[in-house]
Design a protein around this ligand. Structure first.
Ligand code: PEP
Ligand code: MG
Length: 562
């Protein structure tokens, strides 16, 4: 039995076979004016790769002996080989393209040459060349200002590098998926019925793949220190979220112990099921609405199963991701209409498109950015590309005729933005009127997820019907910590007094203006803060469906005044 540690980010125990997900990289051919700059990037990446390989060689020599360390020496030789670097540099200079594309093309060509050789030793070198070019791509991606930064080991991080669809990862049996990282678009394309658990070498508790794991109600462990290779692929495994541990080829004793714990979890869940149908109200009479966060229509089943009193956050960007082109107005209308209908009179808060930062869509044709989290994302895209926004708004307004739908706007920082949204809405409504298309009057809310919005929440409260606090981004922007940067995990303190004070201030300003305020960031499901949120007077908590009954239990047992 081998034991590996990580950080548990989503619930429970999973028992099953491990499958290592190896991402196929595809690099877009992006032209550049300044080839000199690309040559400098390529040479710096080569130096960094040689440095990494030397460290790996020394470590392997010490731990595993000369024979096993030789592989890293071989990789260094490939990098130093004239054919490799001259080819990459020639592609940059002659084709005037980014370094990533030159490395990718070079690696592909040379490894294909090796793969076609008869000699089995030479054939195997194909994988080594691929490893070397992957290493260079990782370093280049990290230097490109993407989200995985220095310790990233794989792609899907910049606009230049896209992964193959995770949906193409086929397995008959349900399995534990082990990967370096999973981008949000890969995560949503997985066949959810087949995935028992996510184990990733990277990732954080507030990264979107972790959030999606929680929405899918499967155990997930991030920052797992396990080898993502054939030594674990296909082996039986256990993922224990609570301990943040992955067992590979578990022994009988561990297996029995884990099965027992899984059974206990099931019994605990059965107890919680008894709270279905009850109001979420404290013994001294304070009521909180418990809503569900969803990312697709399918998630509504989990919301209903867990007795959500409404949908507090429908992340619509997932409708746009994992596809080749924009969803049409009609497609969106059908989704929003069904969401409203399936929630059967209960409130459904649909957030408009929040693409950008780690949530990417190639077909949006966004320019690569130095700081994507501070870049053109969410409402900024909608306001600068109104044709995208108007299509979504038309679909939402039409759907609002079929249930209790509310619309919420992400990443607001100013009154001006809210007013511009209102202007666009007037135009959308006028267009629908002109065609005689019926629509309802959905409530209008904004996400409070920037410190600017918190500080002007008094003024913002006069403009809208409700606030929903996005604590994931609010923490990121308040503490100046990239929520995707695995190296900063220990500094990402969601309980920081600054965050709690901000939440309190937002609720106070909302109430003073006579509107309600909820929380839809991950903090909303934090059982350690439920009492504090109640004391602040938070009106609604929206969370992954599986957390709802557990939080209801706390509310039912919490006397605020004592
Ligand atoms: C948040 O930022 O807290 C939030 C709910 O939005 P997202 O996690 O989708 O950015
Ligand atoms: Mg957010």
């Amino acid at each position: 039995m081998q034991i590996y540690n990580g950080k548990g980010v989503s619930g429970g125990i999973a028992i099953g076979r491990i499958r290592v997900y190896k991402r196929e990289q595809h690099i877009s051919r992006i032209s550049v004016e300044d080839t000199e700059e690309e040559l400098i990037r390529f040479r710096a990446a080569k130096r960094e790769a040689l440095r990494q390989l030397q460290l790996l060689y020394e470590k392997a020599l010490k731990d595993l002996g000369k024979e096993n360390a030789a592989i890293f020496e071989a990789h260094q030789m490939i990098l130093e080989d004239m054919e490799f670097y001259e080819s990459a540099e020639a592609i940059i200079q002659e084709q005037k393209v980014i370094a990533e594309y030159a490395v990718f093309e070079t690696g592909k060509r040379i490894s294909e040459t090796f793969a076609q050789m008869d000699d089995s030793y030479m054939k195997e070198r194909a994988a080594d060349v691929k490893d070397v070019s992957d290493r260079l791509l990782t370093i280049l991606n990290a230097s490109n200002g993407d989200t995985l930064k220095g310790d990233a080991l794989n792609g899907d991080t910049g606009d230049v590098c896209n992964s193959a669809a995770a949906g193409s990862f086929i397995s008959e049996e349900p399995f534990i998926l082990a990967a370096r990282d999973l981008s949000p678009s890969e995560t949503i394309q997985l066949d959810k019925s087949k995935v028992l658990s996510f184990v990733t070498a990277l990732g954080l508790s507030n990264s979107h793949s972790a959030i999606l794991a929680r929405m899918m109600a499967i155990p997930a462990v991030a920052r797992a220190e396990l080898p993502l290779d054939d030594s674990i692929d296909g082996k039986p495994g256990i993922v224990d979220r609570e301990a943040g541990v992955i067992y590979v080829e578990p022994d009988e004793k561990t297996l029995t112990e884990m099965k027992l714990r899984k059974q206990k979890d099931k019994e605990k869940q059965e107890m919680l099921e008894k709270l279905k149908g009850k109001e979420s109200i404290t013994p001294d009479g304070q009521k909180v609405m418990l809503y569900a966060n969803i990312g697709s229509l399918e998630d509504i089943d989990a919301a209903v199963r867990n007795d959500a009193e409404g949908i507090g956050l429908f992340r619509t960007e997932f409708i746009y991701m994992g596809r080749e082109d924009f969803p049409t107005e009609e497609e969106q209308f059908q989704i929003y209409k069904q969401a409203a209908e399936r929630m059967n009179g209960r409130q459904v808060i649909i957030r408009t498109l929040d693409i950008g930062a780690d949530k990417k869509c190639e077909y949006f044709g966004m320019e690569p950015e130095e700081n994507p989290a501070l870049g053109c994302r969410a409402i900024r895209i909608c306001l600068t590309r109104p044709e995208i926004f108007e299509t979504q708004l038309r679909a939402l307004y039409r759907a609002s005729n079929f249930g209790k739908l509310a619309i919420m706007y992400p990443m607001i920082t100013s009154i001006k933005e809210v007013r511009r949204i209102k202007e666009i809405i007037s135009k959308v409504k006028a267009g629908l009127d002109a065609k005689g298309v019926p629509y309802g009057s959905p409530k209008q809310g904004i996400m409070i997820e920037t410190p600017a919005a918190v500080l002007i929440s008094k003024e913002l409260a006069r403009e809208v019907d409700f606030f929903s606090i996005g604590t994931n981004d609010l923490t990121q922007y308040t503490l100046a910590i990239d929520r995707q940067n695995t190296r900063l995990d220990e500094f990402y303190d969601a309980h920081h007094p600054a965050i709690l004070r901000m939440i309190s201030m937002v609720v106070e300003n909302a109430h003073a203006a006579g509107i309600w305020a909820g929380i839809c960031g991950e903090l909303g499901a934090d059982p350690l803060l439920t009492k504090e949120f109640l004391a602040m007077g938070v009106d609604e908590l929206s969370m992954c469906p599986e957390s709802i009954l557990q939080i209801r239990k706390i509310i039912l047992e919490t006397d605020i005044k004592n």
